[in-house]
Design a protein around this ligand. Structure first.
Ligand SMILES: [Zn+2]
Length: 244
């Protein structure tokens, strides 16, 4: 069997125990996409990897391709985001939600996902810098991740008929809807909440930072529900594919 060695940098999304001393490390890398690699002996105190393969760490890795999982042979820390986040609970929980969401949105392994990688690194860096409300940073990350995955919500015109005057937000319709297209039970958010969602999707922090708390709360509720719907929908379609 030919062993091929490769290098890449990535953010550790998650770790799982394997056997007595090893761990499977899930990393979102810059060039290779999502990779699951075995770190041998990492749970021993004498491990040469130390704490470098913990969630949140931006690492430079060397791996060789194995039969099922690749094996991590070297890891150097580029930036330990976890150290900066662990002392700040709201930022830590926002960061954890980012890691989980990136992991769930990227189903396929070893398919390049550069835009999602850049969003994750940018999101973690913004969290650590501490200049914006972590709830806003997380919602911006969710909205942009959904856009990268092809699920950007319509926010400026009706998702169904493109009418410019919108009244409600309907997850199943794919975003804002006009009075005529509005399905029963669609939420009717404040116009400022939609303005905030547009600002977060565009990276317009001046508008986002000036928003009121009640609009931030409403925005978080809508974005979380929209994300959840797409994640469940994605998982359902995957199960369907596997059955076929
Ligand atoms: Zn319409």
């Amino acid at each position: 069997m030919t062993v091929s060695l490769y290098r890449d940098e990535g953010v550790v999304l998650r770790t799982q125990k394997l056997g007595e001393a090893d761990r499977i490390i899930t990393v979102l890398t810059k060039r290779t996409g999502k990779v699951r690699g075995v770190a041998k002996g990492v749970r021993r105190t004498t491990s040469r990897f130390g704490a470098r393969l913990e969630p949140f760490t931006h690492v430079d890795l060397q791996l060789y391709t194995g039969r099922s999982l690749d094996v991590i042979t070297q890891a150097e820390t580029i930036r330990p985001y976890g150290e900066a986040l662990v002392t700040d609970y709201p930022r830590y929980t926002a960061g954890t939600a980012m890691l989980e969401t990136a992991d769930r949105l990227i189903v396929a392994e070893k398919e390049p996902a550069l835009r999602q990688f850049l969003l994750l690194v940018g999101g973690l860096r913004t969290l650590v810098e501490g200049e914006h409300d972590p709830r806003l940073i997380l919602d911006a990350f969710f909205l942009r991740s959904l856009a990268v995955a092809g699920y950007a919500p319509a926010l400026e015109a009706c998702a169904r008929c493109s009418a410019p005057s919108v009244r409600a937000f309907a997850i199943v319709a794919g975003g804002v809807v006009c009075g005529a297209c509005r399905p029963a039970g669609a939420a009717v958010p404040a116009p400022e909440t939609i303005t905030l969602m547009i600002a977060l999707l565009r990276g317009d922090w001046a508008t986002a930072d000036a928003s009121e708390s009640r609009h931030r709360s409403e925005c978080s509720g809508l974005v979380a529900a929209y994300l959840q719907w797409h994640l469940e929908h994605g998982i359902r379609s995957l199960r369907h594919v596997e059955r076929v």
